[in-house]
Design a protein around this ligand. Structure first.
Ligand SMILES: [Zn+2]
Length: 153
C-alpha cells in the first residue's frame, strides 16, 4: 500500500484514463475485498488476529493481518501497486511516473520484509488475485507451524 511520505511530496499527474483514475482511487484503501475474504476465512477457521498492525520502527507501514503470538505478518498486495507479474500491466501514459512509483513500492515491500524478519517475524505476501480460500490455507499453515515451533522451543 503506498503509504509513505514520498507519495505526498510527489505531485501526481492527472489520471489520463478512467482505468488509471480507478486504480488511483484504490490507493490506500483498507479492507479490500480480497483481504476481507481472507480474514473471514481465517476467522472461520478459529484464528484470531489483528488488522492493520503497524510495523515496528515504521509506523506508516502496516501489516494487513498480524498474528502476534505466532509472529506472522500478512500483506495482501494489490496487483497494480505492487507490480504483480501476472497483472502488472503498465499504464500507457505517464509511464515513468508509474514505473517509478511501483518500483518504489516493491523496494519498500522488500525492506519491510527484511525489517520484520530481523525482528523474528515471518512474512507472508498474498496477491489480491489469489483465491482467498487457498491464501487462507497457506497463512493458516504458516501460523500453525510457527506456534508449533514456539511450543517446542
Ligand atoms: Zn495479480
Amino acid at each position: 500500500m503506498p503509504d509513505d511520505r514520498d507519495l505526498n511530496r510527489t505531485k501526481s499527474p492527472r489520471p489520463s484514463s478512467e482505468s488509471a483514475s480507478r486504480r488511483m482511487s484504490r490507493t490506500g484503501q483498507r479492507d479490500t475485498a480480497a483481504e476481507m475474504k481472507i480474514r473471514r476465512r481465517l476467522h472461520g477457521m478459529g484464528f484470531r488476529y489483528r488488522v492493520d498492525q503497524p510495523v515496528i520502527d515504521h509506523p506508516r507501514r502496516r501489516a494487513d493481518i498480524a498474528f502476534t503470538r505466532a509472529r506472522v505478518a500478512v500483506f495482501v498486495d494489490g496487483c497494480f501497486w505492487h507490480g504483480c507479474p501476472d497483472h502488472g500491466t503498465w499504464p500507457k501514459s505517464n509511464v515513468e511516473f508509474w514505473r517509478d512509483k511501483i518500483e518504489t513500492n516493491r523496494r519498500r515491500d522488500l525492506d519491510t520484509n527484511r525489517c520484520l524478519e530481523v525482528l523474528g517475524w515471518k512474512v507472508v505476501r498474498i496477491w489480491e488475485h489469489e483465491d482467498p480460500d487457498v491464501a487462507a490455507e497457506r497463512i493458516a499453515a504458516v501460523v500453525r507451524a510457527r506456534l508449533h515451533e514456539s511450543k517446542r522451543g
